[in-house]
Ligand binder design. Structure first.
Ligand SMILES: C[S@@+](CC[C@H](N)C(=O)[O-])C[C@H]1O[C@@H](n2cnc3c(N)ncnc32)[C@H](O)[C@@H]1O
Length: 282
């Protein structure tokens, strides 16, 4: 059976629910009312809650898009040094003078002096999550959020949920991105990204894979995750999502819909956002 949790959260369900009202007030002040192709309410809440709980001194965000999640990270961790990465930074609408922006891939940045057990990475770049964990581990990071964590046969990259299901990636036509980009080198995919950018937001539905994108169905990737992860948690959605695949039990019932209407309106926008903690090195 596929794994949907390893270890125990460092927070309780009551603590999560108790902070929803505060989050709803903050969410009303977000810079972009409609963040199409970016995080919606459930993922914004999960990221804000986890980031506030961990109190990292450094946050690295990969996948900026128009900048909504950068703003969120600043709200959750006002004291933290923030590094935000996107290959196409010119699409930002929220730009912060406090943030260090980078336009090269996470795997091509030397994080020496920045990485450490006190840092948090938020990956929202639709790249192979298994590879991302390996790079993060090599640099000595421990706390990682993967915004999108699609189940098998959905989404455009290899997620931890797919790893745990032994599903691989790119072997069926519904794994759309790898079908389109499977034979291309990283350089070529970057060029395609530039073209996609020119053609506009419609192309955001599929983001080219930066590195290896096709993964045969296997159980050994899951075995490595079990060995190297101390914690893996799929954060619950705020409300019942109406999605076909099962989700963790929603945090709120329908009686909350009038109290937090902005959050309720985005209830279907959920992709099993997860928190992964690598084993401590010290
Ligand atoms: C889903 S959007 C991010 C949304 C954003 N986090 C938000 O919620 O507002 C994904 C972004 O990842 C970027 N991206 C694609 N490949 C990337 C890479 N290798 N490194 C960093 N960002 C990448 C895309 O250009 C796009 O802006």
């Amino acid at each position: 059976m596929a794994i949907d949790q390893l270890g125990e959260p460092a927070w309780s369900r009551d603590e999560i629910v108790d902070s929803v009202t505060e989050f709803a007030r903050l969410y009303a002040t977000r810079p972009l009312q409609n963040n199409q192709f970016g995080m919606g309410a459930s993922h914004m809440f999960a990221t804000w809650f986890i980031a506030r709980h961990l109190r990292p001194s450094v946050v690295i965000e990969s996948g900026v898009w128009r900048g909504q999640s950068t703003w969120l990270i600043e709200q959750a961790c006002p004291q933290a040094e923030v590094h935000s990465i996107d290959l196409f930074l010119d699409r930002r609408e929220y730009v912060s003078p406090r943030v260090h922006y980078h336009n090269i891939d996470f795997s091509e940045i030397d994080w020496s002096g920045i990485a450490g057990p006190d840092a948090l990475i938020v990956f929202d770049d639709h790249q192979n999550a298994y590879n991302r964990l390996i790079y993060a581990d090599w640099f000595g990071f421990e706390h990682i959020i993967f915004d999108d964590n699609y189940p098998p046969h959905a989404g455009d990259f290899y997620t931890l949920k797919k790893v745990f299901a032994g599903a691989g990636f790119g072997n069926v036509s519904s794994d759309d991105a790898s079908q389109r980009y499977r034979s291309l080198s990283a350089r070529a995919t970057r060029k395609i990204g530039v073209l996609a950018q020119r053609f506009g937001a419609g192309e955001m539905a599929v983001i080219p894979q930066y590195q290896r994108d096709r993964v045969a169905a296997n159980l050994f990737d899951a075995a490595f995750l079990k060995k190297h992860l101390r914690t893996y948690l799929e954060f619950p959605p705020l409300f019942e999502t109406g999605l076909d695949e099962p989700t963790p039990k929603p945090l709120l019932d329908e009686s909350w819909s009038d109290r937090v209407p902005d959050l309720y309106a985005e209830r279907a926008n959920y992709n099993w956002i997860c928190y992964a903690q690598l084993n401590t090195r010290s």
